[in-house]
Design a protein around this ligand. Structure first.
Ligand code: 5AD
Ligand code: FES
Length: 348
């Protein structure tokens, strides 16, 4: 292997940081051999902290109604071809209970920015889940809200919040979002969430339109300084009803490579092998684990609405029942020597 690449990987494994030009070279000039060595070092870094235990989060997609118009996203406001839905509180709590029975100890409520879910409505759903499911963490992934709103939801019992920053570069952000959305506000939300006491998940898409290696260096630097408890990264996948319909999808190998780098930068991070990764490759999630990931987030949404929560094309698991997905993932993980945990899977 190229000796400079080897040096960079070994340096990252020991020091958990590189200079900008080193990150640049490591990413820009990557080779399959470097990927293999990175993955080996990433798995070794994960080993003493999480081993081969895979944490699961049951994801309930509570609404595809969204006031935003993110250019990449299939449920953006201007997509008239989406059949919109929102789940009633009773349905959401029932899904969470079903998830609990299946062994989930983290329930994630994700949805578009839908004004129906006021702090009162959402807070009451959170409290009901916390009551119905003992020892279970509730994670929210409901977009940008005010500090006060985040505080009220935290007080209602929410433990964690996922809000991908989407890109660490403000100019790149502006090319992926309409003018009324601001990168600064999104970053402020992440800081607010952290100061309130949430475990925070950030993240970005790999291979999103206009993304360059310079942007990816900034992503690595962001992980270094913000140190999110969780970092969700998955390939960009075009959705046919968006302006990015004809853009190229992000690559599997680059996603895996970045997962390994992130594990080495921040060995304790919770790193999901995302549904998008499973969508671009039939063994994407397994490959994610072998690159250093340690979380999977199977779907707990009612099968009747799954196809409508279509952020990108060809999303997997839209026809399967929740129990099938848990079983399927359990088998898939066992086949690579990993085990699904029945555990909240807190940041360690
Ligand atoms: N491809 C991949 N990921 C997407 N997301 C939204 N649209 C797409 C797409 N077309 C991701 C965003 C968002 C998360 C819920 O899904 O990063 O934060
Ligand atoms: Fe859903 Fe395999 S995880 S069918």
């Amino acid at each position: 292997m190229d000796s400079r690449l080897r040096e960079l990987v070994e340096k990252l494994a020991v020091e958990h940081t590189l200079a900008d030009d080193e990150y640049f070279d490591l990413i820009e000039h990557r080779t399959p051999e470097a990927a293999e060595l990175l993955a080996e070092r990433a798995v070794a870094a994960r080993q003493p902290i999480y081993g081969t235990t895979v944490f699961t989060r049951g994801l309930i997609e509570i609404s595809n109604i969204c006031k935003n118009d993110c250019i990449y996203c299939g449920i953006r406001r201007s997509n008239r071809n989406v059949k919109r839905y929102r789940l009633e509180p009773d349905v959401i709590v029932a899904c969470a209970r079903e998830g609990y029975e299946l062994g989930f100890r983290t329930i994630v409520l994700q949805g578009g920015e839908d004004a129906y879910y006021t702090d009162e409505v959402l807070g009451s759903i959170v409290s009901r889940i916390k009551e119905a499911c003992p020892d279970t963490a509730v994670t929210l992934s409901m977009g940008e809200r005010s500090y006060e709103s985040y505080q009220r939801l935290y007080d209602a019992g929410a433990d964690r919040y996922l809000l991908r920053h989407e890109t660490a570069d403000p100019d790149h952000y502006a090319r992926l979002h309409p003018v009324e959305m601001s990168w600064e506000h999104r970053m402020q939300c992440l800081r607010d969430l952290r100061s309130i006491g949430y475990q925070v998940g950030a993240g970005f898409m790999v291979g999103s339109p206009f993304q360059t290696t310079v942007h990816l260096v900034k992503e690595m630097r962001f992980v270094e300084f913000f140190k999110p408890e969780m970092c969700g990264i998955g390939p960009f996948i075009p959705h046919h009803d968006t302006p990015f319909a004809h853009k190229r999808a992000g690559a599997l190998e680059l996603t895996l490579y970045l997962l390994s780098i992130i594990r080495l930068i921040h060995p304790h991070v919770l790193l999901p092998a995302t549904t998008a990764l499973g969508t671009i490759d039939p063994r994407g999630r397994e490959k994610g684990m072998l690159a250093g990931a340690n979380v999977v987030m199977p779907n707990l949404s009612p099968v009747a609405v799954r196809k409508q929560y279509e952020l990108y094309d060809n999303k997997i698991c839209t026809g399967e029942e929740s129990a099938q997905c848990r079983g399927c993932l359990g088998l898939r993980m066992n086949l690579i020597g990993y085990d699904l945990a029945v555990d909240r899977g807190d940041f360690r």
